[in-house]
Write a protein that binds this ligand. Structure first.
Ligand code: XIL
Length: 351
């Protein structure tokens, strides 16, 4: 065979392979099998520019969370100056593909502009600032955003079971948390209001502290509709951690959203890890862990299953690498936007 012929048959073989992969994948979408929404955190630049990314959003997801553009520093970078452009275009995009929008997030100690982070006024002033931010944002998106993470990550880590020390808790006291929910409710009676937290699968004291707070919300009529479990999990997590967390939250009768799921293969992101290549064996382990988590989630009564949202589409755009400066492969699609084994596990497990 001369060079040209080799090249031609290679091209045919390659395009056949590409077609076969596409054909196998084309008709089966986990979102069509699931009785609850499947969502994803969307990176606005990729949403605007990358056709492969857009195709996955359109076909695979019916719920969208803004990865960043609805956070405080993007929406109100300067006091009183709201910047809706990027968030509005994300909402428009979601509408165009028939996906709902989960708002993330109103009050968080990260992604704050300096004017809030370094706030030096009196508590009444900061209370007004928080109230205005919450009410302006919730009102702006009323009817377009169906649920909000009202407060994100307000409880402390490492088994202390206490509240996180941040500008809000220090200046306003721990009950800022409850008031944030009340402020949101006054401007939108129908939107679902969530408290969002990470690490509840690992940190027993944190889980207990959140459960206690949920009880106090019920006793005090705080308008809390649901709990978001971020679930930035890794291969060291265990089935019993997930079942324990889900069982305890089931008893609250609140909506439960797995809100930021990704499965790291290099252990806790603060450690270096030694997986530099995604082997089939590692893919298997990742798929198994996803299966155990989704299985635990499926045990919730149907009316408590708010949905599962993944934090990123593909390993190439996952936040882990940049944020922790560490390699990982935590998503459902690989660097080349090809479905991974974890996707099959999801497909086979959702119900
Ligand atoms: C992350 C984004 O993915 C990154 O792009 C950004 O640099 C930092 O924030 N918990 C949350 C999310 O609630 O908002 C975080 O998102 C990931 C951890």
């Amino acid at each position: 065979m001369n060079f040209l012929k080799v090249k031609k048959s290679l091209t045919i073989a390659l395009s056949l392979t590409a077609f076969t992969v596409f054909a196998q994948e084309k008709d089966d979408f986990a979102k069509d099998k699931a009785s609850y929404p499947l969502g994803v955190a969307v990176n606005i630049d990729l949403m605007r520019k990358d056709p492969f990314y857009q195709k996955i959003l359109k076909k695979e997801f019916n719920s969208i969370t803004a990865e960043n553009v609805m956070k405080w520093k993007y929406l109100q970078p300067e006091e009183g100056k709201f910047n809706w452009g990027a968030a509005d275009s994300l909402v428009g995009y979601a509408q165009s593909i028939g996906a709902k929008v989960h708002g993330h997030c109103l009050v968080w100690h990260e992604a704050l502009p300096d004017w809030v982070l370094k706030y030096k006024g009196n508590p009444e002033g900061l209370e007004k600032v928080m109230k205005k931010h919450i009410q302006t944002v919730v009102s702006h998106f009323k009817g377009k955003v169906s649920s909000w993470d009202v407060v994100n990550e307000a409880f402390a880590d490492e088994g202390t079971g206490g509240r996180r020390v941040n500008i809000f808790s220090e200046t306003l006291g721990p009950d800022y948390l409850n008031r944030a929910f009340e402020y949101a409710r006054t401007v939108d009676g129908g939107v679902k209001l969530f408290y969002n937290e990470y690490g509840l699968e690992n940190d027993k004291a944190k889980l207990e502290a959140v459960l206690e707070w949920i009880k106090s919300c019920k006793a005090n009529n705080i308008p809390l509709d649901g709990i978001g479990l971020q679930c930035h999990v890794n291969l060291k997590n265990t089935t019993s951690q997930f079942t324990n967390m889900i069982n305890k939250l089931k008893d609250t009768r609140l909506l439960i959203h797995i809100s930021e799921l990704d499965i790291m293969v290099n252990g806790d992101p603060k450690t270096p890890g030694n997986v530099v290549k995604l082997t089939p064996e590692i893919q298997d382990d990742q798929a198994i862990l996803l299966k155990t988590l989704v299985t635990a989630y499926n045990y919730l009564p149907r009316d408590q299953r708010f949905g599962i949202t993944f934090w990123g589409v593909s390993d190439r755009d996952s936040w882990i690498k940049k944020y922790y400066n560490r390699l990982d492969f935590p998503c459902l699609w690989d660097e080349k936007y090809k479905r991974k084994q974890a996707y099959s596990a999801l497909y086979n497990t959702v119900k």
